[in-house]
Ligand binder design. Structure first.
Ligand SMILES: [Zn+2]
Length: 149
């Protein structure tokens, strides 16, 4: 069968070492701050997943299978890209959690909730992959807050 390219560009087939495996929400409103923070951390190559809710997929997935699928991705990629660090995010007004309305727009209550979700997500990953370092962050309209540790 003949391959007809609709777009041409060369890519290297060499594997890289990922600075981290990063999980954040699909919601792209925070793409700017996320991108700048990744650069701020000094990351060049990351492996990234963006399920709705970000770290929610580990802490309180809609279906238990979703958690297993998400963990399987880490298991698969860790040896290939020499992953040693997992970085998890959730964010303010996340639709997967019912938005800020769920917290009656109470900023403190919403942050407390996300902190406990992030801690639970980190525990799930540490339990399955004790050799990986896990960091957790909350994103809002003013920036990024580290949670835990
Ligand atoms: Zn979200």
């Amino acid at each position: 069968m003949q391959k007809e390219y609709v777009f041409k560009e060369d890519s290297s087939l060499e594997h890289y070492t990922a600075d981290a495996y990063v999980v954040r929400c699909t919601d792209n409103r925070f793409r700017g701050v996320f991108k700048h923070f990744i650069k701020h951390l000094g990351f060049e190559d990351i492996d990234a997943a963006s399920p709705p809710g970000g770290a929610k997929v580990f802490a309180s997935p809609t279906k238990d299978e979703d958690r297993e699928v998400a963990l399987e991705k880490i298991r698969l990629l860790t040896p290939v890209h020499h992953i040693r660090r997992v970085v998890l995010f959730t964010h303010v007004d996340c639709a997967a959690y019912g938005g800020s309305l769920r917290f009656n727009n109470d900023e403190e209550q919403e942050f407390e909730f996300h902190s406990s979700e992030l801690k639970r997500a980190a525990e799930v990953i540490r339990e399955r992959f004790p050799d990986l370092a896990v960091e957790t962050y909350f994103i809002d309209n003013k920036g990024i807050v580290r949670v835990g540790q």
